[in-house]
Write a protein that binds this ligand. Structure first.
Ligand code: ADP
Ligand code: MG
Length: 654
């Protein structure tokens, strides 16, 4: 992979708050606890249990979206630039993070049937294929989609009809593409309709596997992956391929799962449910901290899959979703802290140019090969004055009639011997067969060529663009406005920071009185800030204590479980058996599991086994005299009773 535009940029974090639900509204007049300053990109959180004197908590993000925000606004402002980058050959990731029921799925998928309420994913489909149809005709595209979910630390392919029966897929790592899922189904998509179909198939597979869809979706992570390969002639005249990979991630609910009070398998399961999510938290903390040298990507499947998206070669947008209800204050605060930390992660995105494993290159080669074969065929047929193209069938029909007439003539010819007649007829028959075979082969070749070629989308051609100029203008204007809003907000945030710094610079005062006033004002401001920070420290400490208590509790339970197993082993398993088992065990770090070494090492011992006992010389295994006689008698009924099964293997000496 060539590196280009190598530079560092931070993860973009936006926050979205959903409206109060009808049920929450009926709970009382309390209203929401989340306020938003759209212009500044700030979230102000009110603690419903705190005295009014306590300062409110304020967080600043790249953008915030309140309960009246439109799907379209979020897309145009925060997602569109990312998808544009993917189309230019960058890796991109969007993930939605938040408590269950706060709108992760609404943001990522939305309501498909209402164009106003379509989420990020359908809008991205639209965006990608519209872009392709409007690009120049010297560009060729190949779009592929995959869909997987991570549930209880197992990766399931949602596009594989048998995914329920098979074991989870495994992760592999290659220097070219980084971490990838082995044997994951990937579908070539030629239109919005096709990629929507892929999405639907996956969503159905997800629902079928789940006993309770709500619980399932709140505990599993769903990843929709789109790969866009684009080939374009470069200044050197050769075709260059850029590959953009897009991860669209709907994470499991971030609320704490109660782990306490469960035992055995249930405990193991409970530990796995949030493993990926807590590992994600640890990765984000380690990256945001900047000081820790070890980032624990390997702790879970999710963090390994998102390794590039967090601190690697990708552009990343995180959408943190909140609910406005007072009873979820703690969760909402945790989400905001999490999101706040993620802002500090630095990525190093670069354009993926001419990677060795580009599928588009393979396709181009295959198409060129098929075309050459077809041309060769045409050329040969022209020499023989056959015609292969449109009139091919016509030609075959004519030829058939001609041969049929000849056959007739031969049959009626009275001067020919019967034998000769037969021979001539046979020859004609063969000619006919050859002709048909050739024709069939050409047809097959043409079909394959056409199928192959149709998979590649050519700029400005494959998809009919229904939008007229006016609509295009409107879209452009909307994008401009989104861009404007974004820049304005950045400026506002910049100004806020400068304001705070400027206070210290204005040190020249005309009178003592003025100086006192200014300094008092400054003191008050700083005092408020101090209080905020103190409260923050206390909160974070409390949270640490809480999570430590939880961990200790889990540890206690695990220790108890361990003691129980020890008790059984010490009292009921003979020591030599135990030792045998212990000697065979080894740890597989790739799958994070203990495994048995195979009893017979593959190669080394097999040569020993080949030495046969003397009684088996000439046979596959030792055999009695009686059986030998039986063998030589074949299937004689006298000996039937001895070898009832009559296995082929037994009967044939080597
Ligand atoms: P999650 O995936 O985080 O568990 P959902 O996306 O399923 O949450 O959202 C829960 C409910 O709230 C759904 O009925 C959804 O339609 C509604 N909802 C979420 N966000 C919004 C929003 N921004 N505007 C309107 N309704 C929303
Ligand atoms: Mg959901």
């Amino acid at each position: 992979i060539m590196s280009k535009n190598k530079s560092s940029e931070s993860v973009k974090v936006v926050v979205r708050c959903r409206p109060l639900s009808r049920k929450e509204e009926s709970n009382g007049p309390a209203g929401g606890i989340v306020q938003m300053d759209l212009r500044l990109g700030q979230v102000i959180l009110k603690n419903p249990r705190a005295p009014p004197s306590e300062p409110q908590k304020t967080f600043t993000f790249d953008a915030v979206y309140d309960s009246s925000s439109k799907q379209r606004d979020l897309y145009d402002e925060s997602v569109r630039p990312l998808i544009d980058s993917v189309l230019a050959g960058f890796n991109g990731t969007i993930f939605a993070y938040g408590q269950t029921g706060t709108g992760k799925t609404y943001t990522m998928q939305g309501l498909w049937l209402d164009p106003e309420k379509q989420g990020v994913i359908p809008n991205a489909f639209d965006h990608i294929f519209t872009h392709i149809s409007r690009s120049q005709s010297d560009k060729q595209y190949l779009v592929r989609a995959s869909y997987l979910e991570i549930y209880l630390e197992e990766i399931r392919d949602l596009l594989d009809p048998n995914h329920g029966n098979t074991r989870g897929l495994e992760l592999r790592e290659s220097p070219e593409t980084g971490v990838y899922v082995q044997d994951l189904t990937s579908c070539v998509c030629k239109s919005i309709k096709e990629i929507e179909e892929v999405m639907n198939v996956g969503n159905q597979a997800r629902a079928v596997g789940a006993t309770d869809m709500n619980e399932h979706s709140s505990r599993s992570h769903a990843l929709f992956l789109i790969t866009v390969e684009c080939s374009q002639p470069g200044p050197d005249g050769r075709k260059h391929i850029r590959v953009g990979r897009l991860n669209l991630v709907d994470l499991a609910g971030s609320e704490r799962q109660a782990k306490t009070g469960v035992q055995g398998d249930r405990l193991k399961e409970a530990a796995k449910i949030n493993l990926s999510l807590s590992a994600l938290g640890n990765v984000i903390s380690a990256l945001a901290d900047g000081r820790s040298s070890h980032v624990p990507y390997r702790d879970s499947k999710l963090t390994r899959l998102l390794q590039d998206s967090l601190g690697g070669n990708a552009k990343t947008v995180m959408v943190a979703t909140l609910g406005p209800a007072p009873q979820h204050y703690d969760e909402t605060l945790t989400t905001l802290r999490y999101a706040n930390r993620a802002k500090n992660i630095q990525n190093q995105p670069r354009v993926n140019e001419d990677p060795k494993d580009a599928l588009l290159r393979e396709f181009q080669k295959e198409i060129a090969r098929l075309r050459a074969q077809l041309n060769h065929r045409r050329f040969r047929s022209k020499q023989k004055k056959e015609q292969v193209d449109g009139e091919a069938e016509e030609f075959v029909k004519l030829e058939e009639q001609r041969l049929e007439k000849e056959n007739e003539a031969i049959r009626e010819d009275q001067f020919l011997l019967a034998e000769e007649k037969q021979k001539l007829l046979g020859e004609n028959e063969k000619m006919m067969g050859d002709l048909r075979k050739r024709q069939e082969a050409t047809e097959q070749l043409t079909a394959r060529y056409k199928a192959m070629e149709s998979k590649l989308l050519v700029g400005g051609k494959n998809i009919i663009d229904h939008t007229n100029e006016q609509q295009k203008m409107l879209e452009m204007k909307r994008q401009e406005i989104a861009e404007q809003t974004r820049r304005e907000r950045e400026m506002q945030q910049q100004m806020l920071i400068q304001d705070e710094e400027a206070v210290e610079l204005r040190e020249t005062f005309t009178s003592l009185q003025q100086e006192v006033e200014a300094k008092t004002k400054k003191l008050k401001k700083l005092y408020a800030k101090l209080q905020c920070t103190k409260a923050e420290i206390k909160d974070v400490n409390d949270e640490h204590v809480r999570s430590r208590q939880e961990l200790e509790q889990t540890q206690n339970e695990l220790t108890r479980e361990l003691k129980f197993k020890y008790l059984i082993i010490e009292n009921f398993i003979p020591p030599e058996e135990k030792n045998k088992i212990m000697n065979r065990l080894m740890f597989d770090p790739e799958e994070d599991e203990w495994k048995f070494k195979p009893l017979v090492p593959d190669e080394s011992k097999s040569s020993q086994m080949k030495k046969r006992p003397a009684s088996a010389v000439g046979y596959k295994r030792p055999i009695s005299q009686y059986a030998r006689v039986a063998l030589s008698m074949g299937t004689h009924s006298r000996y039937r009773a001895e070898n009832v099964m009559l296995l082929e293997l037994d009967m044939t000496p080597p």
